[in-house]
Design a protein around this ligand. Sequence first.
Ligand code: AMP
Length: 299
Amino acid sequence: MLRIAIPNKGRLSEDARELFNDAGLEVRALSDRALTASLGGEFHALFVRAQDIPEFVADGAADVGITGWDLICESARALEPLTDLQFGRCRLAVAAREESGVESLEDIPAGMRVATVFPRLTQRFFEERGCPVEVVPVSGAAEIAPHIGIADVIVDLVSTGSTLRVNGLREIATVIESTARLVVARDTMRDTSAAGRVRMRNVEELVAALESVLRARGKRYVMANVPRERLDDVRRVLPGLNGPTVIDILDGGTKAGQVGSHVAVHAVADARTIYRTVAELKSLGAEGILVTRIERLMA
Ligand code: AMP
């Protein structure tokens, strides 16, 4: 049994559940409020707070966990990231009140008060820059601190920056960039006992399942009928994974005894530029262009 700690609520929980569903590891809980659930096969979910997941994985209460890189770094526990899950993208940023006159890190004098939910990362960030500050730990809503005189500057998570702007704060530096990660304890990775090896085999199976979904999300499957004489140009437009699959079409524009004028091509293409791929195929005379999502793409 592989115990997987998954955020029970908050920004990461929905994306994490969706990823498991897409990987075929559907949450089979007895109720919405269940704290644990089978994911099928060897996999079992434990629903806990994102903030607690680094501790739970490091202490062996869970075998692997999903949480933000910011929380993993702040915990300073012996964890190894296995997979960047690409959701929960944000950055831990330094921000100051618009009218404070603080426009860059150079404007922050040693000893200035900095309010944050991330005291460890904040302390280290300023120490590494030779500017030790007085960290004021808060448990949330750091944005208010500069307005009520608790601190001059804050270090907080930002994704679009609109919360900072609404609260009259200016972003002046990035401490770290973060996304959700799948993590395992370093001790678990090093465990060479028979049970440990079985556990790591299950971890590898989980990583392969999740990564195949993540890989597929960035890709589309393209099918089209293209003029045979334009195949070289089509290959340039559709490099695919190993070039497109080219298939003869039964009676594809044939007159009796002649080779068909069109062939069908199938290929995997980048989702981000699919509109351009389709336009280029059209300009090469492609017909019957079909674009579909891919469920999983193995490495
Ligand atoms: P939660 O407090 O449960 O909503 O989870 C917070 C985690 O979600 C953070 O530690 C980040 O890893 C992640 N996250 C992603 N975007 C943001 C954001 N704009 N603000 C705060 N947390 C974010």
